[in-house]
Design a protein around this ligand. Structure first.
Ligand code: FES
Length: 154
């Protein structure tokens, strides 16, 4: 074999190896799963569009009562079973996820973790007692069908 023939055959071999490597690499990339743009989800808030419901036949029967379910804090503010008698907010504190409770005597929502306080409309009355800052509560639309009070998380 002449020197020139050897170099030509070597060049052809290298080209084939490179082409094979490139095609193989491209093939494996196209088989990768597509990343989900939605991410992990979960977290402190509820899923937008999801709903949470309670049965007024057995729950929130007295003014000032409250219950947290499905990421929603339901509070009865007045007598009667119309939506204006209730408010529904996020159940977890925006600061660090503490449980929120309705304090009927003070007419406010208070966090059990750092004592931040909110109006029934979600506005901040008092910042957390750990030096941090919180944000206003999300307040959800409600509807009533029969005795079922439903909040739609937004
Ligand atoms: S978690 Fe509610 S005030 Fe900190």
């Amino acid at each position: 074999m002449e020197r020139n023939e050897f170099i030509k055959s070597l060049g052809l071999g290298v080209a084939l190896v490179c082409a094979g490597t490139c095609l193989s690499a491209c093939g494996s990339k196209s088989n990768d799963p597509t990343p989900s743009p939605a991410g992990g989800g979960g977290g402190g808030g509820g899923t937008p569009g999801a709903t949470a419901s309670i049965d007024l036949a057995t729950q929130l029967t007295t003014v000032g009562s409250f219950v947290a379910t499905g990421g929603v804090l339901f509070i009865r503010l007045a007598a009667g079973n119309s939506t204006s008698s209730f408010v529904a907010t996020q159940a977890a504190c925006p600061h660090q996820g503490g449980a929120l409770n309705w304090v009927q005597a003070s007419n406010l929502i208070q966090c059990s973790l750092h004592a931040s306080q909110y109006t029934s409309g979600g506005a901040i009355l008092r910042q957390p007692n750990d030096g941090g800052t919180t944000s206003a509560l999300k307040v959800y639309n409600t509807s009533i069908s029969g005795t079922i009070l439903t909040a739609t998380i937004s």
